[in-house]
Write a protein that binds this ligand. Structure first.
Ligand code: C2E
Ligand code: MG
Ligand code: MG
Length: 961
């Protein structure tokens, strides 16, 4: 607010205070004054009322007295002068304002003389008189007179005795009114005969009627009137008496004026208070304000009352009086208020002045402050902007740190952590407390002892920056966490080293991923064992160790026997379970330092390094085999899995490390060859065999093209008839260098390489064509049996091929028998059933070769459309020597017959065997006892010879028909 305006407003405040206080004072004073006036007026009105009432009461009483006197005349007739005297005397004493009591007698003209005489008897010389001009004179002759006859008291009133009032119209008018009304009537003011100086009195008159006259109407009363009684009353005295009686005249503040008549006619004034003016003052004609200020300054009460037909007017007024006593309150208010107003004004004035001073000071200080504030504001704004920018930058930094996976760290000159931000706790699982106050190598276990730790310590001691330092440490939960840190040295202004700062990040996830990838790359997914790649590393390590320690290292190749059969028969899942089980058994049978790796399929490699506490010995290999040979539950079935193990030893034979596995493989092959479920140590001779196998494989690829295969035929003889009923086609390989190679040497290779499919097709075609030729040559409707390998059985166009061969050769399907092994059916039974039915629908015969050696589930026998069971040679060969084998053979025969299958025994070499088979009802036989497999021409020769088996074994071997 501007200074001037403030001053002005303060001065106005002082003036307003004064004006307001005075106005309030005045208003209060006036209000109090009006209250006071009201109070005075009320008090006066009470006093006035008392006086007016007293006057009225007195006047009424006077009339009452006259009435009583009049009643004397009504009651007593005639009333004597003495009676009248006696009656009025006490009244006069009691009402001194009554001048006299009269009896006006009506006197006729004729009676004048006698009446005058009568009067004169009382007062000598009295005549009937009249008042004329204030003087009494003898009345002239009239028709009648109304004379003052009885008069009490006589003393003082003598002048009125014998006075004729008939000429007095006022008296006569009053008499007439009284006659008409029947009540007392008053005259106006009249001059009294007794007191002629003034009109100071009046008469109250009542007619006196003749006794017994009718008085019902005014005329009757007028006619009956014989006179009247009158009380002559001095008005002034009456009023005085009334007031004195009530002791009302003592109050000087009250003034009274009493008039006879309806108004304040000074001529008719009968009473005025002592000290009062002759006439009451007129009402105060002040201004409106004056009247408002003092509403009842002059109070008066006016009252008009009719007394005996005559109005009386009474004015009661307040005497002029000092204002002070009545208005002491309002005046006090006024004076006090004025004083208070002045004090308030002075106080406000002081305040105003003080506030002006304060305002001035404030203004000066404000100006100063404004100046310094502006500077301050400028300063603060500048600082605020800088701080804001700093905050923003810090906030951005924090957000960045929060968003990033990194944290930020600082170390002092002692390389101890002093500050770590950015949530190392959440991001790295490492509470900062574990680091604060410690160096990195104190906080990271094993760091000081490690080579990388030493390298790092040397680096930071040299105050060099470092990058991507990766290390692992355990968090509070014991979990291994990987960190990657970067750091740069810090130097103060003088170039002194002051510590390090840098960032850190948790790379555990990355490391784990790397490890996982590394693991996957180097381990077998199924078993979790090291794979071929890691195996090479381990092998190199083992060989290196061997070289250092001069201790041998054994490399074992473990191959499961007949795993392929399990895999094919039980399905791959069962195969997987088997492999995992074997892997676990191998692992648990060996030391942690030994390596067990999976090479492929069912092949495992074990690396054993010799240690001080245990020499390597064949027992260890046997222990491994025993562990593997424990039964395995696959699905609901129990399996006994054996393995074949080849062992290569380093360094005795000096083989290079990379040949170790190969040698072990060769040894394993040897073990397989030796009937499986055994182990073989590698010898250089084995290498020769392996080499031969390689040679066979390569030679086999050209054998078909070079027509090196031939078929030999082994006869099948009916035991009942002894006749050749069929033959089995058995392949022979006539290699130019190897000579004749037996199927056992190359069939497995052909199966492994898949060459068996074209070879098998050639066999079937050749066998069928040959059989057809022999049939066409009339050598009988023989049946030719052809072996079918698993690869062929699984070939999609098997049925088409068979159909094609039959069509091409023209051989009846019934003359073809296909030999299957049990293992063919087991991998996919549903498909096998389909294929078998397909073949069966072609009309060919189906036989199960080597029955009893494979997975002999009897259930498939009823499901598959099989015609023949071929009892394996191994059972037959031991019939004579092994009771259980003999029992098995007998059981198989019985079983086959129960299933409506025919049964043939193969590998029959002796008469005992033949005899046993015969006795047990075997249908057919095949074996050296009758004939070895023969080349086609030899077989044809045999046919042509009609060679047959004698019905009795004792009869000898083969005989020609
Ligand atoms: P296989 O099918 O069980 O054939 C019977 C084998 O027993 C033949 O051996 C046969 O010469 C031999 N043998 C027959 N009677 C006697 C006997 O009294 N005593 C002894 N010790 N052996 C006897 P081979 O010809 O060496 O054939 C061996 C195996 O090679 C056959 O066993 C068969 O599984 C397979 N094979 C032969 N030819 C073929 C072929 O063309 N295709 C396929 N897939 N496999 C064939
Ligand atoms: Mg066979
Ligand atoms: Mg066989």
């Amino acid at each position: 607010m501007p200074r001037r305006r403030l001053h002005l407003s303060l001065a106005v405040a002082a003036a307003l205070t004064l004006g307001g206080a005075l106005a309030a004072t005045l208003a209060v004073s006036v209000a109090v004054g009006r209250l006071e006036s009201g109070k005075v007026a009320l008090a006066f009105q009470q006093r006035a009322g008392v006086r007016v009432a007293a006057i009225h009461q007195g006047l009424d009483e006077a009339v009452e007295v006259l009435t009583v006197t009049n009643q004397l005349f009504g009651a007593v007739q005639p009333v004597t002068r003495d009676q009248f005297h006696d009656f009025t005397t006490p009244l006069l004493a009691r009402y001194p304002f009554i001048q006299a009591f009269n009896f006006h007698r009506r006197v006729g003209a004729a009676e004048r003389v006698s009446v005058e005489a009568e009067l004169a008897a009382i007062v000598p010389g009295v005549r009937i008189t009249e008042m004329v001009g204030g003087h009494r004179s003898v009345a002239p002759a009239r028709a009648f007179y109304s004379i003052v006859d009885y008069l009490e008291p006589m003393a003082g009133n003598e002048a009125a005795f014998g006075l004729d009032v008939a000429p007095n119209t006022r008296v006569m008018a009053a008499l007439e009114r009284a006659t008409v009304s029947g009540r007392a009537a008053s005259t106006d003011l009249i001059s009294l005969a007794q007191d002629t100086r003034s009109n100071g009195g009046f008469q109250v008159i009542m007619p006196v009627y003749r006794a017994g006259a009718p008085l019902a109407t005014a005329a009757q009363r007028r006619a009956a009137r014989v006179g009247d009684t009158a009380a002559i009353i001095r008005a002034g005295a009456l009023v005085q008496k009334i007031l004195d009686g009530g002791k009302l005249q003592t109050d000087p503040s009250v003034q009274m004026w009493v008039y006879v008549g309806a108004r304040a006619d000074p001529a008719r004034l009968v009473y005025a208070s002592a000290g009062a003016p002759a006439a009451p003052p007129p009402a105060l004609a002040g201004s409106r304000l004056e009247r408002w200020l003092a509403p009842d300054t002059r109070i008066s009460v006016q009252h008009t009352r009719d007394i005996a037909g005559q109005p009386w007017h009474v004015i009661v007024g307040q005497a002029e009086r000092a204002l002070l006593p009545d208005h002491i309150g309002s005046l006090s208010c006024l004076l006090g208020g004025i004083l208070f107003s002045l004090l308030m004004t002075a106080f406000v004035q002081t305040l105003v002045q003080r506030s002006r001073r304060v305002q001035r000071l404030v203004n000066e200080r404000t100006a100063d402050l404004k100046l310094s504030n502006q500077r301050l504001i400028d300063d603060v704004a500048a600082r605020g902007r800088a701080e804001h920018a700093l905050q923003l930058s810090e906030q951005r930094f924090r957000q960045l740190v929060a968003m990033s996976s990194d944290w930020y760290w600082e170390q002092d000159a002692e390389l101890r952590f002093v500050n770590i931000t950015g949530g190392i706790d959440e991001k790295g699982g490492m509470p900062p407390e574990r680091l604060i106050g410690r160096t990195r190598w104190e906080a990271v276990e094993g760091m000081q002892a490690s080579a990388w730790g030493q390298a790092h310590i040397a680096q930071v001691m040299a105050h060099e920056p470092f990058e991507d330092l990766e290390y692992a440490t355990r968090d509070d939960f014991g979990e291994l966490r990987w960190f990657c840190v970067n750091g740069e040295p810090l130097f103060d202004e003088r170039g002194n080293f002051s510590g390090y700062r840098g960032t850190g990040t948790d790379i555990t996830a990355r490391k784990l991923t790397e490890q996982r990838i590394g693991h996957i790359a180097q381990h077998d997914v199924l078993t979790g064992l090291p794979n071929r790649s890691l195996l090479q590393d381990r092998l190199a390590e083992a060989v290196a160790y061997s070289a250092r320690s001069a201790r041998p290292v054994w490399v074992m190749l473990v191959d499961l026997d007949r795993f392929k059969f399990v895999n094919d028969s039980m399905g791959h899942k069962a195969g997987d379970v088997l492999l995992m089980t074997i892997a676990a058994r191998l692992r648990s049978a060996l030391r942690d330092t030994d390596t067990v790796a999976r090479l492929s399929g069912d092949e495992f490699v074990v690396i054993l390094a010799e240690h001080d506490d245990e020499q390597l010995a064949p027992d260890i290999v046997q222990r491994l085999m025993d562990a593997i040979a424990q039964p395995v539950i696959l699905g609901t079935k129990e399996f006994f899995v054996t393995c074949s193990i080849g062992v290569a030893v380093h360094p005795p034979n000096g083989a290079a490390s990379d040949s170790l596995i190969e040698h072990a493989d060769i040894a394993m092959y040897r073990a397989k060859k030796l009937g499986r479920n055994n182990f073989q140590f590698y010898t250089p001779a084995m290498n020769e065999e392996a080499m031969e196998r390689v040679r066979i494989e390569s030679a086999l690829r050209n054998a078909l093209e070079r027509n090196e295969f031939v078929l030999h035929y082994q006869p099948q003889v009916n035991l009942a008839s002894g006749q050749i009923v069929g033959m089995e086609a058995l392949i022979r390989w006539q290699h130019p260098e190897l000579g004749v190679v037996a199927p056992s040497r190359f069939i497995s290779v052909a199966e492994e390489t898949g060459l068996i499919v074209p070879i098998g097709a050639w066999v079937m075609r050749t066998a069928c064509r040959q059989n057809k030729q022999w049939q066409d040559a009339g050598l009988g409707a023989l049946r030719v049996a052809v072996n079918l390998s698993a690869r062929q059985f699984a070939a999609p166009d098997l049925l088409a091929d068979i159909t094609g061969v039959l069509e091409q050769t023209g051989l009846a399907a019934a003359c073809l028998e296909i030999e299957l092994t049990e293992s063919l059916f087991m991998s996919d039974v549903t498909t096998a059933v389909e294929v078998l039915h397909g073949m069966k629908s072609l009309g060919v015969n189906l036989s199960i070769d080597d029955f009893g050696t494979g997975y002999s589930s009897l259930s498939y026998l009823s499901r598959f459309p099989i015609d023949v069971l071929k009892i394996d040679r191994s059972f037959v060969s031991d019939i004579a020597s092994d009771a259980s084998d003999a029992a098995i053979v007998a059981s198989i025969i019985a079983l086959a017959h129960n299933l409506k299958l025919s049964v043939i025994a193969e590998g029959v070499e002796t008469a005992e065997q033949l005899d046993y088979l015969r006795r047990h009802g075997c249908d057919e036989m095949q074996g050296y006892y009758f004939s070895r497999p023969l080349a086609a021409d030899h077989f044809e020769h045999l046919l042509r010879q009609r060679a047959c088996l004698p019905p009795d074994a004792a009869a000898g071997a083969v005989r020609a028909a």
